[in-house]
Design a protein around this ligand. Sequence first.
Ligand SMILES: [Zn+2]
Length: 308
Amino acid sequence: MLPAYIYHPDCSKHEMGSMHPECPERTGAIHDHLLMKGLLEFMQPFEAPAATEEQLARAHTMLHVHEMAAKSPAEGYEQVDPDTWMNPHTYQAALHAAGAAVLATDLVLRGEAPVAFCNVRPPGHHAERAQAGGFCFFNNVAIGIRHALDVHGLQRVALVDFDVHHGNGSEDIFHDDERVLMCSTFEYDLYPFFGHEPRGPNMVNIGLTPRAGGEGFRMAVDQFWLPALEKFRPQMIFISAGFDGHREDDMGNLGLVEADYEWVTRQVMEIARRYAQGRVVSCLEGGYVMSPLARSAAAHVKVLIGAD
Ligand SMILES: [Zn+2]
């Protein structure tokens, strides 16, 4: 039984203008590097289905779901927030990115894959219940988590988010859902410019100072994430895997390196093995400079699939 690798060709058709950092090359750069590193040999590939309205509506208002469909342009671009745009392929890409998280959840909970990595875009963790934004349209991990809870009947699911930006969308969706524990580290002076004050007791939000580096990041995970996860005893863990905290990525200034992503993945896998039968689903979020993105994602996937 091999770990699942989930992708869809539409993910590289969504683009928001030639200068936009959330570019179509991102998923291909990761794919090529996983292939080059030999990691895809240890994974079973799946094409992501499109998420259904019913699946999307577990994390979003129906109005938001319909608004995204209605805004989808036949040609050119449609702006949905100051830095988030739709092209004619965006809506389909967003449906498949969300559908990837649903398929990943099904595979892992049916015992058909021990873990799953979704190499998909658009990313999701800034998409709120009723609002697209921050390059995100639908909240992929949140849709997967609600699928695990509402369809598979799990009672406790954890979400860990190590993207350099706070996952405000995920917090918006889960702050009043005690079945979910969300642990987030982020650089405090970046988009969405809030997150210090957790919106619920099930939120562990740790704002890091610029240049906190691997040491500051690991200390936050050790001191805040791990005790909260131990106490929560999750039956499954989702990862919002953003790699824009890397020191070569100019989107943030945390100064992380591949070894930090490897380390945090190892900590999460340890908790998952102890409480969750090793069940982990990881979804790509940020990471905007191709080489560090690809290297960091490979470092993460290597530990995720147990090839380290
Ligand atoms: Zn980010």
